[in-house]
Design a protein around this ligand. Structure first.
Ligand code: HEC
Ligand code: HEC
Ligand code: HEC
Ligand code: HEC
Length: 235
């Protein structure tokens, strides 16, 4: 009887979860985004996040690894405990896996667009739709449409998930796997969101900003007005 109940219960859970799983947004990689956002793509190529997988290779950044108690001779490029922050969407639908081909890895094997903006399979379609709507019907699209499709505008939390994820962190949601590079190892690893998100040029984590035409409207993300004021004109 008990077993039958367990079986029926598992089926009910599977059925309930089925459609939700099918609808969950997937990670797709940077090249899908840069088809339309080539300028942000070119700028992102110059940020520190592009080389994040490189840092897991043996002998790379040996001194920093030794200081943090890691083995500088070890290959960490297949370690789940490192890939969760050094690649995009690791362990999630469509995200990076340790056994993907070099071609697939090119688009997911770094901290890319979707690490900050969210898994893109659904919202990027809304971007194209919204652009057409503005061109053909002169209608702007509410930003709530892309939020519902999984686009993230809470950049502070996005950064914290990797940068403030260590034991003793001021961030209340920290959980393993933790970063080995904490302020206790070296004060330079302390993360200040307000400073880091505004950093540009060498050492920057975020790409340069380019003027938007205003395809979306309503509930502007924090930082938008500030960054758009000095944003570059797209050529
Ligand atoms: C088919 C082309 C296309 C694709 C693919 C695409 N976008 Fe967009 N995206 C747009 C357009 C058009 C806008 C509106 C730009 C404007 O307002 O000038 C936009 C706007 C945005 C914005 C600003 C939204 C806002 O709040 O106004 C972000 C951030 C963004 N895209 C990120 C991404 C990311 C990340 C991906 C990949 C997952 C992606 N886009 C894929 C066309 C695209
Ligand atoms: C998926 C994890 C992840 C996310 C999300 C992420 N980062 Fe990073 N970030 C890294 C890793 C890993 C490095 C180290 C890259 C390397 O050298 O291998 C790094 C390095 C940096 C650096 C250079 C080191 C430093 O602290 O001065 C800056 C600046 C930075 N990130 C800013 C940001 C900002 C701002 C955000 C959010 C808007 C962000 N990052 C989101 C993982 C992430
Ligand atoms: C919770 C997220 C997270 C995990 C897990 C993680 N890292 Fe990182 N890693 C980061 C961030 C964030 C930085 C950037 C720190 C900074 O410069 O402020 C970084 C930086 C680095 C650096 C560059 C340090 C420097 O001084 O240039 C190396 C090397 C590195 N990580 C290796 C690893 C290895 C190896 C593992 C697995 C054992 C690992 N990381 C696990 C988030 C993470
Ligand atoms: C480390 C986090 C991070 C990564 C990685 C990242 N972005 Fe952004 N992006 C931001 C932040 C922060 C803003 C500014 C806030 C806003 O305007 O919504 C932004 C703004 C944008 C905008 C609005 C216009 C602009 O230029 O400011 C677009 C479009 C965009 N990103 C596309 C991309 C694409 C495409 C990629 C990958 C090639 C990417 N982003 C990678 C954090 C990131």
């Amino acid at each position: 009887m008990n077993r039958l109940f367990t079986l029926l219960f598992s089926i009910a859970v599977a059925v309930a979860a089925g459609p939700a799983l099918a609808e969950a947004p997937q990670f797709e990689g940077a090249k899908v985004c840069t088809k339309c956002h080539d300028l942000q793509g070119e700028s992102w190529e110059k940020t520190v996040h592009v080389k994040s997988l490189e840092s897991l290779k043996p002998t790379v950044k040996a001194e920093a690894k030794t200081k943090a108690g890691l083995d500088p001779a070890k290959d960490y490029t297949k370690e789940a405990d490192c890939l969760s922050c050094h690649t995009t969407g690791y362990g999630q639908p469509g995200g990076y896996t340790a056994d993907m081909t070099a071609a697939q890895a090119k688009s997911l094997g770094a901290v890319t667009c979707e690490s900050c903006h969210g898994a893109g399979s659904q919202f990027r379609q809304e971007h194209g739709n919204a652009e057409n709507r503005l061109k053909k019907q002169s209608e702007r699209t509410p930003r709530s449409v892309v939020v519902a499709a999984g686009q993230n505008f809470d950049y502070q939390t996005a950064c914290a998930r990797c940068h403030l994820n260590y034991q003793g962190s001021p961030w209340p949601h920290a959980k393993a796997p933790f970063t080995p590079f904490t302020p206790a190892v070296d004060a330079k690893y302390a993360f200040d969101f307000d400073k880091a998100v505004r950093k540009s040029g060498k050492g920057a984590g975020v790409h340069d900003h380019f003027k938007l035409t205003g395809v979306f409207q309503g509930d502007e993300p924090a930082l938008r007005a500030e960054f758009q004021k000095d944003a570059k004109e797209p050529e």
